[in-house]
Design a protein around this ligand. Structure first.
Ligand code: TYC
Length: 107
């Protein structure tokens, strides 16, 4: 069959066979959790479970990593999602009067 008569998706010059559609990946941001001496371990684990959707054992591991090393990664997200999770966490920490700090870092 000549190229002219082929359905669009089979044409040699068509985008479907020759090239991938150009979907740009959005930039990603690490949400960093910082250690302090006043926020309870239980609160950090609760936040990691409820807001960052970690399992109990992952949450405990991340919390202990931050406790021992000063900083750790709560998760990696697009800017909007990262901001929303930080906002939720900071609001909750303020309610409980914990000085918990989080920052974003471009990947
Ligand atoms: N260092 C805190 C304590 O011993 C626990 C803690 C862990 C606090 C992680 C903040 O991001 C944090 N109670």
């Amino acid at each position: 069959m000549s190229d002219e008569r082929r359905p669009d998706r089979e044409r040699q010059g068509g985008t479907q066979l020759q090239e991938r559609p150009k979907l740009k990946k959005p930039p990603l941001y690490k949400v960093l959790l910082h250690n302090d001496d006043y926020t309870t371990r239980e609160f950090v684990v609760l936040v990691l479970r409820d807001i960052f959707r970690k399992s109990e054992s992952d949450a405990v591991q991340i919390m202990m990593h931050v406790h021992n090393n000063g900083v750790g990664i709560a998760g990696v997200y697009t800017y909007e999602v990262a901001e929303a999770k930080v906002d939720k966490t900071m609001n909750l920490a303020r309610q409980f009067e914990f000085p918990l700090q989080m920052t974003l870092e471009a990947e």
